[in-house]
Design a binder for this molecule. Structure first.
Ligand code: SF4
Length: 356
C-alpha cells in the first residue's frame, strides 16, 4: 500500500488535486490553438479516453479567443500554458480556464504579477509553477554547482515566494527533467520545503515506446515514494497515448481503479494468430472503458485459456478458428477474422460500455 505525501488541496474546475484525492491524469493538446475546430475535436477525443484535465498552449491573443470557444464545448477543465506574457494569462482567465501554468518570475515586474494573481483570485484559478531543467534561470545552475535537481528546487522556491508574497497559495508545482533520477531527486528535495500538491512528469520523455517506458520508471519511483498528485506522461505521439499511459501507470501501482487490465502473450512458435496487431488494436479501442475488467489475448488454444485463468474474458488463437474464453473456460468459437469483434462485443456486454 502506497502512502502518499500529505498535501493541501487545489481545484482545477471540478477536479480536486492533493493527497486526499485520486491522482488525476492530464494531457496537452498539440493542434494549433487558434484552429478552434481542431482544438475542440482534440479535447473531445481526450475526454473520450477519460482524460481529466486538458492543457493548451496560449501563445497569442487569437489563441485565447479560440480557447474561450473550446472551453464552452469542453466537459473537462482546461489549463492555459503561458510563457512570459502576462496579458495572455489575463485573457485566458477571461476565456474561462480552470488553471494556469505560468512561472511568476518570468512575467516581468511586480505590477504584472499582481495583475495575474488578482485575476486568478477573482475567478478561483490555481497556478502551476512548472520548472524544467532545460530552461533554468541564468546563474542558478552555476550557483548549485551543476546540480540540476537542487537548481530546479531553488528556482521553484523563488517562484513560490513571489506568489506567497501576494498571499496566493492556490499552487501546484512541477519539476521536470528529461533524466529520471534528477526528476526524482528534485521532487524529493522540494517535498522537504513545501506541502503544495505536485504535478509530476518526465519531460521530453520520448516516443510512445521509449517515452512511456521512461515515464513509467520515473513516475513509478515517484508514486511509490508517495510523491505526485496529478500527472502527465509526455510523449512524441498522439495526446491520447499520454492518457492511456498515465492510467496504466496508476492502475499498475494500485493507485487508480477502473479500465482494462490487458494481459497478452509474448508469442512463441505455437502462436496461431496475429497477436501483435490484435493486441495493439484492442488496447487502443478499449482504453475508453471505465469499468474494471481483465482481458487476455493469447496466441494458442492449448495454453492460452489456462495461462490466463483469472481473465474476465479473453481470446486464444487457433489455426482457422479461435476461441473466446472466460475465467479459463471456453465460451465460444469464431473464425479468426471475427475474433477481435467477438472480444469487443464480449467486453461491451460485460461492462455495459460501448467501445466502438
Ligand atoms: Fe506461446 Fe500459447 Fe503461451 Fe502465447 S499462450 S506464449 S502462443 S504458449
Amino acid at each position: 500500500m502506497i502512502k502518499r505525501r500529505h498535501t493541501g488541496t487545489i481545484k482545477i474546475g471540478d477536479v480536486a488535486i492533493g493527497s486526499g484525492h485520486p491522482i488525476s491524469v492530464q494531457s496537452m493538446t498539440n493542434v494549433v490553438t487558434e484552429d478552434t475546430e481542431s482544438l475542440i475535436k482534440q479535447i473531445k477525443e481526450l475526454e473520450d479516453y477519460n482524460c481529466e484535465i486538458a492543457r493548451v498552449s496560449v501563445n497569442t491573443l487569437d489563441a485565447a479567443k479560440s480557447l474561450k470557444k473550446a472551453i464552452k464545448q469542453a466537459s473537462i477543465p482546461v489549463i492555459a500554458d503561458i510563457h512570459f506574457d502576462h496579458r495572455l494569462a489575463i485573457e485566458s482567465i477571461k476565456a474561462g480556464v480552470s488553471g494556469l501554468r505560468i512561472n511568476p518570475g518570468n512575467i516581468g515586474d511586480k505590477k504584472k504579477v499582481k495583475e495575474v494573481v488578482s485575476a486568478c483570485k477573482s475567478k478561483g484559478v490555481p497556478i502551476r509553477i512548472g520548472v524544467n531543467s532545460g530552461s533554468l534561470e541564468k546563474g542558478i545552475l552555476n550557483k548549485n554547482k551543476g546540480d540540476f535537481a537542487a537548481a530546479m528546487v531553488e528556482s521553484a522556491l523563488k517562484h513560490i515566494k513571489i506568489l506567497e508574497e501576494e498571499s496566493f497559495l492556490d499552487i501546484k508545482i512541477s519539476l521536470k527533467s528529461t533524466d529520471v533520477l534528477t526528476t526524482v531527486r528534485g521532487y524529493e528535495l522540494l517535498a522537504r520545503h513545501v506541502d503544495y500538491p505536485f504535478h509530476i512528469g518526465i519531460t521530453e520523455a520520448g516516443t510512445a515506446f521509449s517515452g512511456a517506458l521512461k515515464s513509467g520508471e520515473g513516475l513509478g519511483i515517484l508514486l511509490y515514494k508517495g510523491l505526485g498528485d496529478t500527472l502527465r506522461v509526455s510523449l512524441s505521439d498522439d495526446p491520447v497515448m499520454e492518457v492511456i499511459a498515465g492510467f496504466n501507470i496508476l492502475r499498475n501501482l494500485g493507485l487508480r481503479k477502473g479500465g482494462v487490465k490487458l494481459l497478452s502473450c509474448p508469442t512463441c512458435a505455437r502462436t496461431e494468430i496475429d497477436i501483435v496487431n490484435i493486441a495493439r488494436e484492442f488496447e487502443r479501442l478499449s482504453s475508453k472503458i471505465k469499468s474494471d475488467i481483465k482481458v487476455a489475448i493469447m496466441g494458442c488454444v492449448v495454453n492460452g485459456p489456462g495461462e490466463s485463468k483469472h481473465a474476465d474474458i479473453g481470446i486464444a488463437g487457433g489455426k482457422n478458428k479461435s476461441v473466446l474464453f472466460s475465467r479459463g473456460k471456453i465460451i465460444g468459437k469464431y473464425d479468426n477474422r471475427d475474433i477481435l469483434n467477438a472480444l469487443i462485443n464480449g467486453v461491451e456486454n460485460i461492462t455495459g460500455e460501448k467501445i466502438v
